[in-house]
Design a protein around this ligand. Structure first.
Ligand code: PEP
Ligand code: MN
Length: 321
């Protein structure tokens, strides 16, 4: 970490820093003060105080200081130790018709996936669209848990709903729009459930890591990151492969690629799969036995045949590993 003080106040800043940072080493490097040798999590409680020292003009933190390489939130989905088996989260864009959901989930289970998408709460850009079954769907969805017997991954939008989904979602998804919804991040983290955190379009690696840091600071133990491209409401397909590569380089938290919301049309899903599978730890993909009947994202949901191609390809990767 580097702390840039104003020239006039440098000595006072140094004195104040020594009161706040007891163990790390502080070195005066001329126009900045270098802080070294602190452990993961150490600076977070102290940052607000440091920021407020009179004379501190700017603070620089390196990504690796947020989450040192040695720190790892292990992946929720079982992978043989020391392998990088790629995992698959698949399912509908939204649960609208439970029969279609059930048929889809059974097919996916038969083909082999690691977790099922079970969206009940949908964030909509335009406030007139279908928002999912919401709380009403929770009890009904629970009825399918035993038979499907795979982890359910579902997004929560409202901190007040977090408690309600604890028995139905094994993994709580924080959607792209909510990556910076800090009250929601805290509420979800406190449950200690595994979390799937999606990157907000156009947000930087650092902002993504800060949100991850929130989750870890407030109690989350298992986090999976997800890259989903830089566009929400238009139809411009994109995926930021560099973010995936950077995450892999800098930290040991799994990151998957959402090949549906990034591709935006089913014709592009395979292309986005090929682009990202080499780098990502797994994929998220929207699949349904009746894509044309989905009230949301109808154009991008793939059918079972298309999913089979993706599954075979993932298997090839996994055999090579
Ligand atoms: C989703 O995965 O259901 C979703 C709404 O995606 P995103 O938050 O990435 O837009
Ligand atoms: Mn969708």
């Amino acid at each position: 970490m580097k702390i840039y003080p104003s020239k006039e106040k440098k000595n006072e800043v140094l004195l104040e820093l020594k009161k706040i940072l007891i163990h790390p080493s502080l070195t005066d490097r001329g126009n900045f003060i270098e802080v070294k040798n602190f452990r993961y999590g150490y600076i977070y409680d102290k940052l607000p105080k440091i920021e407020n020292i009179e004379g501190v003009r700017r603070i620089e933190i390196q990504n690796k200081e947020l989450l040192p390489k040695s720190y790892s939130t292990n992946c929720y989905f079982k992978r043989p130790i020391n392998t990088n088996r790629k995992f698959i989260i698949a399912g509908p864009c939204v649960i609208d018709d439970f029969n279609i959901f059930y048929q889809t989930a059974l097919k996916l289970k038969e083909i082999g996936v690691d977790a099922i998408r079970t969206p009940l709460f949908k964030p909509r850009s335009l406030p007139y669209g279908y928002e999912g079954m919401g709380v009403r769907g929770i009890e009904k969805l629970k009825g399918y848990k035993n038979e499907i017997n795979l982890p359910f991954v579902g997004e929560v939008l409202d901190p007040r709903d977090v408690e309600k989904v604890l028995d139905v979602f094994e993994v709580i998804q924080i959607g792209a729009r909510n990556m910076k919804n800090y009250p929601l991040l805290k509420e979800v983290a406190k449950t200690k459930k595994p979390v799937l955190l999606k990157r907000q379009p156009k947000s930087t690696l650092k902002e993504f890591l800060f949100s991850l840091e929130y989750l870890l600071k407030y109690g989350a133990k298992k986090v999976i990151l997800c890259e989903r491209g830089d566009d929400i409401s238009n139809s411009k397909p994109s995926i930021n492969i560099n973010i995936i590569k950077d995450i892999k380089k800098e930290i040991r938290v799994p990151i998957i690629a959402d090949i549906s919301h990034s591709a935006k049309s089913r014709e592009m899903v395979m292309r986005f799969f090929r682009k990202s599978i080499k780098y990502a730890d797994g994929i998220m993909v929207e699949v349904s036995v009746r894509p044309e009947l989905s009230p949301i994202d109808t154009k991008q949901i793939i059918d079972i045949d298309e999913f089979l191609k993706i599954k075979r390809s993932v298997e090839k990767y996994n055999e090579e590993i």
